[in-house]
Design a protein around this ligand. Structure first.
Ligand SMILES: [Zn+2]
Length: 479
């Protein structure tokens, strides 16, 4: 050990001593003072309506945009701090005009959503946080846990920051103002794509009611962009509320990975997000990675079973939405090159390098850096026999950096999120989804001769999707 390192260690030990010794007691007194100022003991239940938006995490229209928003036409929330339990009921409608990004846009009509959380010993920590990240919830949790204290300045305002360690081993920090109000709570949770993801709730416009201070403006951010932004309109404190625990839903059985030959050396792997495997002369190319690590590992195993003794050289990412990218780290762990549209290159390099310490995956264990290669308007992968074309989708507002794949010999088009088939009996919407129209227009622009369309979101009835079906859903004549 060098002299300078040991000197640094001494300094670190002194700092640790000065901040951890008296701070635990100071933290407890800050929690007590804030609890008194906010009326934690006086607040048993809260019920409110709100106006505002929620936002779809990981579904931005391009890597530099915030998450796309949805209008909450109605929103009600009830919280029982003593149970503790929470229930949210909302009706959401399309808010982006024209539709931009994913999250099942365009939402047609009204979409009802509910979330009930009744905290029990086995309730996932990320769900419990919906209560513990509320100002009064934070102070209740902090009062029962070991806490520490430090001082931080945010946007020129000084806060005493009380911290405890959550059940997922991440710090939970509550920012207490000089008035004793918890104005900000932050922590980190595991996200299969984004890694140790920052979650932050910001509270302002506090209203005083019967000795309780309750915020009328609530913003939550996940992965550095808002996930909801609500203005409370009708706040009622300490009214009787009933929050029934939801009936437990049994976990669906894990889908079995299956594969079928769809052309010379071309295979379709189903049992989750659809994947194509191409058997090139001395390597394998996969189109799409599956929706999570488990699916990606199953896909990799299936590809190696149907095409033995060849390395997987490339995995093609259709676009960088969270559900189409959460399997990529399984490929990073194996050192496999990711092909994506060039708009996504630096984004994927950055996100796929993020630490996953809270729930380590194979890439975290392997310590591998992602290898990402950008594709422009067109790239043809071929060994002289097999041909696989990648094309950039133009004017596709679902995601600006989307690739479609075309197999010219098989006349097969592989696409994600431009046309997600419904039941065979479903009627096309009027007007048609602009994303489906864009796919139709791109097929025309590229003059592709398409006999079959393979959607990544594969139809539940396994039917073959024809150009005629797409044409109908794009609102064009198919006669
Ligand atoms: Zn998408």
């Amino acid at each position: 050990m060098t002299r300078s390192t040991s000197a640094g260690l001494v300094v670190a030990l002194i700092l640790a001593f000065t901040s951890s010794g008296p701070s635990a007691q100071d933290a407890a007194s800050v929690v007590a003072t804030a609890s008194n100022a906010m009326g934690v003991d006086a607040l048993r239940t809260a019920q409110f309506s709100a106006t505002g938006h929620d936002f779809a995490l990981g579904q931005a229209p391009n890597p530099s945009s915030p998450w796309p928003k949805f209008l909450n036409k109605t929103y009600t929330r009830v919280i029982n701090f003593e149970a503790p339990a929470s229930r949210v009921d909302r009706v959401r409608v399309q808010a982006e005009h024209p539709p931009r990004g994913g999250g099942q846009q365009p939402v047609i009509g009204e979409q009802k959503q509910s979330q009930t959380i009744v905290v029990k010993a086995d309730t996932p920590w990320a769900q419990q946080l919906e209560i513990w990240m509320l100002p009064h919830g934070f102070l209740r949790a902090a009062a029962t846990r070991a806490t520490t204290l430090e001082t931080k300045t945010v946007a020129g305002k000084r806060y005493r920051v009380v911290s405890f360690i959550g059940d997922n081993k991440a710090k939970v920090n509550g920012y207490v103002s000089d008035q004793g109000l918890v104005e900000r709570v932050e922590t980190w949770i595991d996200n299969p794509f984004l890694g140790d993801m920052h979650v932050e709730a910001v509270y302002d416009q506090f209203k005083s009611d019967g000795g309780v201070q309750f915020p009328l403006h609530i913003v939550q951010r996940q992965g550095d962009h808002p996930t909801f932004d609500l203005t409370v309109t009708d706040l009622r404190l300490n009214v009787p509320v009933t929050i029934d625990a939801p009936a437990p839903t049994p976990a669906p059985p894990a889908p079995q990975t299956a594969s079928e030959r769809i052309g010379d050396g071309m295979y379709l792997i189903t049992g989750g997000y659809a994947v194509l495997a191409a058997d090139f002369k001395d390597h394998i190319v996969l189109l799409e990675s599956g929706q999570n690590e488990a699916r990606a590992l199953a896909v990799i195993a299936e590809a190696r079973k149907i095409i033995p003794n060849k390395p997987i050289k490339y995995v093609v990412n259709t676009h960088s939405h969270i559900d189409h990218s959460s399997g990529l780290r399984a490929f990073v762990a194996e050192g496999i090159t990711i092909l994506t549209h060039q708009l996504n290159t630096s984004y994927l390099e950055r996100v796929l390098s993020a630490p996953h310490t809270l729930n380590p995956d194979k890439a975290q264990a392997a310590g591998k850096k992602p290898i990402v290669e950008g594709v422009g308007d067109k790239r043809v992968l071929t060994d002289g026999t097999r041909i696989l074309e990648l094309h950039h989708m133009k004017n596709f507002n679902h995601h600006d950096g989307t690739l479609i794949a075309y197999l010219p010999k098989e006349k097969i088009l592989f696409q994600a999120d431009a046309y997600n088939p419904q039941a065979a009996t479903a009627a096309p919407p009027t007007p048609p989804s602009p994303y489906t129209v864009s796919l139709f227009d791109n097929i025309q622009r590229l003059k592709l001769d398409v006999a079959r369309i393979i959607p990544v979101h594969y139809p539940a009835d396994n039917r073959t999707i024809t150009l005629g079906e797409l044409t109908r859903w794009a609102g064009k004549s198919s006669s």
